[in-house]
Design a protein around this ligand. Structure first.
Ligand code: ZN
Length: 382
């Protein structure tokens, strides 16, 4: 039996035991015979693989498989059993430490992940890969400023700008609005197409009633952001709720109506200055509906339908508008309302890279990790 055959046989035993563990009525148990056998198989395998490059690769891949399955404990055991082997080539030790760091990151044990990456770096692991892992680690643990710094080291500007925005939003929530604004300005300098930075600047201006500034930012943002995702600026503005009226600022209803009017006028002015665009036209109609201007909303939706007759979302709003003008029997009306209500809950956003559908927009796809891949779902078949 060759070394590699022994390794493969050992890996099969190990995976088999684990499956038996999971299927056992007692559930996985570190003290169960299966788990003890698996641990001794790990130790046996680590003896076999020592200093054989091919075998080390397979052994580390086995650990990755456990990590992928969410069995962090077993993945960590695999790395640790290799790391402690006396006489192990430092480059293999560096690889094992690097993977150990990734295991801990996946398991949410951030301090141990950091320590493993530090050791891996000291032993000569690829610094760029480590920087990338550190960026993910800081992003996962909410240390957005540090995540932005790591992405800056990698020269990946879209992600750097994204985490600058996340940090700015944290600052804004803590009442440090001026620092947040300055950071957002910096983020669009780092990456002018940073849709989330333009959106955050726009939302901050709208929230404080600075409509001239909001209009300027919207025009600039619509120019700088790639055309496929500029609708996200309008989505961000649409999600913003009318601010609660302050004491002595008149009655709530009129200040909400004023907010809706200002928001709608700002959007329409910016959209009308551009070439006709299906999604911008559709969002314009949504803002008109928010301020109760049904007739004009119908015109905007009709223009959207000319641009793309099978655009379901515009058809849905038109159907809803025309329903109000029809004399329908109560039964028919309630059936129609049921379908319209359900169609409005359709997941409207889809990742252009992997097809993942979501109810909410995203900057990085939760499944394939693509950046800025969110698109509006154009067809219900998408
Ligand atoms: Zn995706």
């Amino acid at each position: 039996m060759t070394l590699l055959d022994r390794l493969k046989a050992g890996a099969r035993t190990l995976l088999g035991h684990r499956r038996a563990d999971i299927l056992s009525p007692m559930g996985p148990d570190a003290e169960s015979p299966g788990a003890r056998d698996a641990l001794s198989a790990i130790q046996e395998l680590s003896r076999v693989v020592r200093n054989d490059p091919d075998a080390v690769e397979i052994y580390l891949a086995l650990g990755n498989l456990y990590r992928l399955r969410g069995d962090i404990e077993r993945a960590v055991q695999i790395r640790s059993s290799l790391i402690v082997r006396p006489g192990l080539d430092p480059q293999f030790k560096a690889r094992a430490l690097f993977e150990l760091g990734r295991d801990y990151r996946r398991g949410g044990v951030m301090d141990r992940a950091l320590a493993a990456f530090d050791e891996a770096r000291a032993l000569g692991a690829d610094p760029e890969q480590i920087t990338f892992e550190l960026a993910l680690l800081h992003a996962d643990s909410g240390a957005f400023e540090e995540a932005a710094a790591q992405y800056a080291r990698l020269g990946y500007r879209p992600a750097q700008a994204h985490y600058m925005v996340r940090h700015a939003e944290d600052l804004d929530r803590c009442g440090r609005a001026d620092e947040a604004k300055a950071l957002l300005t910096k983020a669009v300098k780092v990456y002018p197409g940073a849709v989330e930075a333009w959106r955050a600047r726009l939302v901050m201006a709208a929230r404080t009633g600075e409509w001239r500034r909001a209009g300027k930012l919207l025009r600039e943002g619509l120019e700088r952001v790639p055309a496929s995702i500029r609708f996200l600026l309008l989505e961000g503005l649409l999600e913003l709720e009318a601010p609660a009226p302050r004491n002595g600022a008149g009655n709530g209803a009129s200040s909400t109506a004023d907010f809706e009017e200002q928001r709608c006028a700002t959007v329409l002015a910016a959209v009308e200055a551009l070439e006709p665009d299906l999604l911008l036209q559709y969002y314009g109609a949504l803002f008109l509906l928010r301020c109760g201007n049904r007739e004009e909303a119908g015109n905007w939706l009709a223009k959207a339908m000319v641009l793309r007759p099978d655009f379901w979302a515009a058809r849905l709003e038109l159907l809803s508008l025309s329903m109000e003008q029809q004399h329908l029997s109560p039964v028919f009306r309630s059936q129609l309302e049921y379908f319209i209500e359900h169609a409005r809950k359709v997941k409207r956003f889809v990742c252009g890279a992997c097809g993942l559908r979501r109810e909410h927009t995203f900057s990085v796809c939760p499944r394939c990790r693509s950046w800025h891949s969110a698109t509006f779902r154009m067809s219900l078949q998408d």
